[in-house]
Design a protein around this ligand. Structure first.
Ligand SMILES: Nc1ncnc2c1ncn2[C@@H]1O[C@H](COP(=O)(O)OP(=O)(O)OP(=O)(O)O)[C@@H](O)[C@H]1O
Length: 255
């Protein structure tokens, strides 16, 4: 394998942050190769969202390093990280309910292309942006809902629109904070089928509490407890790990 191929899409080394006396992230080191489907699991308060906030630049680390495709981005602004291809979705629904998915995603495409600031942008470029947005929505199976107000969509479909918005930024690494939170079980499996089918060169780090979804869709898992990495491993390794069973999965476990 060449050095370029071996460079992780996303890596952290010794990442740490504290809130006063609380060490919310302690010395976390993580590697995601291109194409990873990597789950971040752990009990409530383990530091999962804090880690995502460090990765996206919403929080400043007190120590450690973050690299995106080998380039250090530890102190880059959130907007700069998005420009470089590190994009997230949030745990809570952050959509404009009155806009249609097509309107929202077209705006995101225009923003990426630098078309939103000038009303003098040529109409044809805006038409191209609409075409790109439609193609993206079609790829996610949202074509039939593209022109309905977002608030009328089933919740699982709304979460898919959030993923479409993230994809409009052309990410190379996608961070999903509980993409299926609040989504009924049948819809959440469909949602994860779509996530699993996203381009294979896109690295995905996702937080998920539903262990059936985690063990079905992740190719690697990191277990966080008390802000620290308890272990990394394949789903089979995590399912068999007695310490993980003790602190998180319970005696029934998975696998
Ligand atoms: N801005 C903040 N100020 C102070 N403490 C915080 C802040 N954000 C998070 N915390 C604390 O840091 C710890 C980690 O929280 P975090 O939200 O990252 O956990 P989590 O693993 O994502 O939990 P959950 O599964 O419940 O979403 C918790 O004890 C939380 O109360």
């Amino acid at each position: 394998m060449t050095a370029a191929l071996a460079t992780p899409a996303l890596a952290t080394d010794g990442l740490s942050v504290n809130f006063g006396a609380l060490l919310a992230t302690q010395n976390v080191s993580l590697d995601l190769p291109a194409g990873a489907r990597h789950a971040l699991i752990g009990p409530n308060g383990a530091g999962k969202t804090t880690l995502i906030n460090l990765l996206t630049g919403l929080l400043r680390p007190s120590g450690g390093e973050i690299r995106l495709h080998g380039a250090t981005i530890t102190h880059a602004s959130p907007a700069e990280r998005v420009r470089r291809g590190l994009v997230r979705t949030f745990q809570i629904n952050s959509l404009f309910p009155a806009l249609t998915p097509l309107e929202s995603v077209t705006l995101a495409v225009c923003e990426r292309r630098g078309l939103t600031r000038s009303w003098l942008s040529r109409l044809s470029r805006r038409t191209d942006a609409i075409d790109e947005a439609l193609a993206l929505l079609d790829r996610l199976g949202l074509g039939p809902d593209a022109e309905r107000p977002t608030r009328e969509l089933a919740y699982g479909r709304q979460r898919l629109v959030e993923i479409a918005l993230a994809l409009a930024c052309e990410p190379r690494v996608l961070l999903l904070d509980e993409p299926a939170a609040g989504v009924p079980a049948r819809e959440s499996a469909e949602l994860f089928e779509v996530i699993a089918g996203l381009p294979r060169d896109l690295a995905i780090l996702f937080i998920e509490h539903d262990m059936d979804l985690v063990f079905r869709f992740a190719d690697r898992i990191t277990v966080l407890v008390g802000g620290q990495v308890l272990c990394h491993g394949t789903p089979a390794e995590i399912a068999e790990n007695p310490e993980v069973r003790r602190v998180y999965l319970g005696s029934s476990g998975h696998g």
